[in-house]
Design a protein around this ligand. Structure first.
Ligand SMILES: [Zn+2]
Length: 216
């Protein structure tokens, strides 16, 4: 099997796994990954994560021209914004995941550091997650807001909508977005119960030990 065929299979397998676990429902969510030739594979518009077809993923060449497959997701500008500003981005995943959307609606979240420091893994895999404002679906301002971060963040949360996470490859991006949702779930579960979050010193120790992009 060629490396592109393997990548196509992997995208569909990971998307189905997230769909099966209720991480994004209906035809929501979109995923993209860099190919060896500098192009992109992207989930098509209107498709369900539960039923992506490896042979019908949108295929772009290195110049950004659609050269095969179905029409790409409407949220393509979000994906392009990460690839254009983060040289390390090999894949981007966007979900409409329940708990992170719920947390984005809470009045007192820190917009610069959306996830509270509840576990070391949320910090290690995501760094600081920026909460972006609400945008109408398809508004190109969403991509512009990501570009405005100048590649300094690997993960953003679109308020009342869902997270968008970049990773070095498709597996890393999926693991990171799952960590974001799990941490948001913990935050919602323990909300109002005065949970003992990590202290500033503990956060700093995690950041130092695992070389996390943090003071950006
Ligand atoms: Zn969306």
């Amino acid at each position: 099997m060629s490396s592109e065929a393997r990548l196509r299979e992997q995208i569909c397998l990971l998307a189905k796994s997230m769909f099966d676990r209720g991480l994004t429902g209906g035809s929501t969510g979109n995923i993209s990954a860099r190919t060896d030739d500098g192009g992109l594979l992207v989930s098509p518009t209107g498709t369900s994560f539960g039923r992506l077809d490896p042979g019908r993923l949108s295929r772009f060449d290195a110049q950004g021209t659609l050269i095969g497959g179905d029409k790409p997701t409407k949220e393509m500008p979000l994906h392009s914004a990460f690839y254009d500003t983060r040289s390390t981005a090999g894949a981007v995943v966007h979900l409409h995941s329940c708990h992170s959307v719920a947390l984005s609606m809470m009045p007192d979240v820190d917009e610069d550091n959306f996830l509270p420091p509840l576990t070391p893994y949320g910090i290690m895999k995501l760094g600081k997650v920026k909460l972006l404002p609400f945008f109408l679906p398809g508004d190109p301002a969403m991509g512009e807001a990501v570009r405005g971060l100048a590649g300094k963040r690997s993960a953003v949360m679109l308020a009342n909508h869902g997270p968008v996470v970049a990773g070095k490859d498709v597996e890393a991006a999926c693991n990171a977005v799952e960590e974001l949702e799990d941490t948001a779930r913990l935050a919602m579960l323990t909300r109002g119960l005065s949970p003992r979050a990590l202290t500033d010193d503990q956060v700093r120790a995690v950041v130092m030990k695992f070389d996390v992009e943090w003071d950006v």
